[in-house]
Design a protein around this ligand. Structure first.
Ligand code: ZN
Length: 207
């Protein structure tokens, strides 16, 4: 696993922030954000990312990542948005079979969501002045995910503010903002072509 030189302390994530994705996994639409955390130790570089092959299906979830340049604690949406310094693409890698097993038991998801390498992070880009932000994933030549932050159930400023009510967010922490519909199995050798606001990123999954 290639770890990043400037690895974040933690990655704070939201599940089910796009209605169409909640529906595809037969999950109800949440009335409050479903938050979870990946430790900084599970962050790897998107390019040359390694995926586990011995723990059932690994799913890709393409997400917009936000970098915090200022700490946040119980911030308003306006204060929270002002702390964002950059954006990037991330794959919230998920051991889906394991997660289903844990959900059935009513157990936490950590081993399915926070295993080593579970957050594949692309390079940081400047924060655009205009919203919404668009991103896509093409897998082996087929577009499978098409994200538009305008379709989020919880807007970016709202989401950051809500996260900061529960957790102190530190400078350098990364926020994953939820995946649009189209998640699926990621296999060794799969070629990924991703776009973020017109920038292209290529990656291949290796063992
Ligand atoms: Zn996710």
């Amino acid at each position: 696993m290639t770890s990043l030189p400037d690895r974040p302390g933690k990655v704070i994530c939201i599940g089910r922030n796009y209605a169409a994705h909640a529906a595809e996994l037969n999950n109800p639409i949440p009335d409050e954000p479903l938050l979870f955390i990946k430790p900084g130790s599970c962050v790897q570089s998107l390019q040359g990312m390694r995926i586990p092959t011995d723990r059932g299906d690994v799913h890709y979830e393409t997400e917009l990542a936000l970098w915090l340049d200022e700490p946040l604690d119980q911030a308003t949406p306006e204060e929270a948005w002002a702390a964002v310094g950059g954006i990037g693409l991330a794959l919230d890698l998920t051991l889906r079979d394991k997660q289903s097993e844990l959900k059935n038991k009513g157990w936490p998801w950590e081993v399915a969501k926070s295993f080593n390498g579970a957050c594949a992070l692309g390079p940081r880009q400047a924060l655009p002045s205009d919203l919404p932000i668009r991103f896509t994933l093409s897998l082996n030549g087929n577009t499978v995910q098409d994200g538009d932050t305008g379709l989020m159930l919880f807007s970016l400023p709202q989401l950051l503010s809500e996260m900061s009510q529960h957790f102190v967010l530190e400078k350098g922490d990364v926020i994953l903002t939820g995946t649009p519909a189209g998640v699926g199995v990621l296999r060794v050798g799969d070629a990924l072509n991703m776009t973020l606001n017109g920038e292209h990123y290529l990656a291949t999954a290796v063992q």
